[in-house]
Design a protein around this ligand. Structure first.
Ligand SMILES: C[S@@+](CC[C@H](N)C(=O)[O-])C[C@H]1O[C@@H](n2cnc3c(N)ncnc32)[C@H](O)[C@@H]1O
Length: 379
């Protein structure tokens, strides 16, 4: 089950090996190569093994390989690792295409980490802040379904929001073969956003409140904030940099409220409000909760749901890992209080975990499916 995977302490060689597979599956040959070389190095004594020794017992859910990859990218973006920059397209370099290039790139990567070893505790301290606006493609579809179902204004809250870029989901323009949705003048266009079926009807939701919480909220109006988000974006994926840039533009047009607070505390502070639908959403965040916190969060959702009424419904929307292939598949799963009529007809009840879609790690494309019951404990 997924939560057991998060708690495992497999050792850094195994974690980097998994990260290499994930990078390949998610379209980053550059990170696949670096992570593969790191996995081989970490299997025995090496410079990297020594550098990362303090983190050798990391749990899988800490995403240590992503923290290390993000740290090295940050050094490049800060102009502190010129030899590595030669291989990073994010700063005008060229990714290696043969074994000799991959070897030189990896050597420069280890050298950069070693040269800045005193900064590693600071650079590796926090969970990765990957706030990919591509993940909004799943949320926008679900907001449309909530709008269709309840016809009420929506209060949208995000747990682990990072910079809150996905709180603008309904302001993004979505394109897919044969269809489109969202404001045509949006600066942020998500290509190949939706597939499968049945697709949401693309009803425009009326979002009247947008609040995100995070242990370390990111302000994308600042250079530091943008640098942080950019460092966690994979250097050979130009489309993702373009999405980030467009999302910054969107965020400058209309702000969202970001609160620095633990997600459990924020969740427990929420209440249904008559005449509105409360949507609580989270994405790529669940793995950072430990096993006890996940149980507490599920209980907090159930308590919040128990206070919902048809005039003040609550919908929990999660885009999280459900098991099998960490980094590769993220399911869009919902809980509804009270259950909509069509759910009742299908035998679903209040709080049933219903999967609507599947998506890759960075969000695109979302593949919609006939809603089906899943095990919430797997999340
Ligand atoms: C990988 S990012 C995902 C950001 C965003 N949800 C997305 O999908 O693009 C996970 C975020 O969760 C935040 N986080 C981790 N544990 C948290 C907690 N206990 N309370 C609040 N935020 C937390 C991290 O700071 C980070 O910004």
């Amino acid at each position: 089950m997924a939560h057991d995977e998060f708690e495992q302490r497999l050792g850094l060689a195994a974690l980097f090996s998994q990260q290499s597979d994930a990078a390949r599956e998610n379209g980053s040959p550059l990170y696949a190569g670096i992570a593969r070389a790191a996995a081989l190095d970490l299997a025995g004594a090496s410079v990297l093994t020594g550098l990362l020794e303090p983190w050798a017992r990391s749990r899988a859910g800490d995403m240590l390989p992503l923290r290390v990859l993000g740290a090295a990218h940050r050094l490049v973006l800060e102009r502190g690792a010129p030899a590595l920059a030669m291989w990073f397209p994010s700063v005008g370099g060229v990714a290696p295409t043969n074994a000799a290039g991959r070897g030189a790139c990896y050597a420069a990567w280890v050298d950069a980490l070693a040269a800045h070893r005193s900064r590693l505790p600071e650079l590796l301290a926090n969970p990765p802040q990957t706030n990919d606006p591509g993940r909004g493609a799943g949320l926008s579809g679900m907001l449309s379904i909530v709008a269709d179902t309840w016809g009420l204004p929506i209060r949208l809250h995000e747990l682990g929001a990072s910079a809150g870029l996905n709180l603008h989901a309904d302001r993004m323009r979505l394109l897919w073969p044969g269809g489109s949705w969202g404001p045509p003048d949006s600066p942020l266009v998500l290509h190949d956003a939706w597939r499968g079926g049945p697709m949401p009807s693309a009803t425009a939701p009326d979002v009247i409140e947008r609040v995100g919480c995070d242990l370390a909220p990111v302000d994308v109006a600042t250079t530091q904030g943008r640098l942080l988000l950019t460092s966690y974006t994979w250097p050979d994926q130009p489309a993702r940099f373009e999405r980030l840039r467009a999302a910054y533009e969107l965020a400058m047009r209309t702000t969202v409220e970001l609160r620095q607070v633990d997600m459990l505390e924020h969740l427990r502070s929420l209440s249904p409000v008559p005449g509105t639908a409360l949507v609580v959403w989270h994405s790529s965040t669940w793995m950072y909760l430990n096993a006890v916190e996940r149980v507490e969060a599920r209980a907090a959702f159930a308590r919040l749901g128990s206070r919902a009424t048809p005039d003040a419904p609550v919908v929990h929307i999660a885009r999280e890992y459900l098991g099998e292939r960490l980094h590769a598949r993220f399911a869009v799963v919902t809980q509804w209080w009270p259950p909509p009529q069509n759910h009742v007809a299908q035998g679903f009840s209040a709080g049933s975990a219903i999967q609507y879609a599947d998506s890759p790690a960075h969000g695109l494309p979302v593949t919609w499916m006939t809603p089906r019951l899943v095990e919430l404990e797997d999340m």
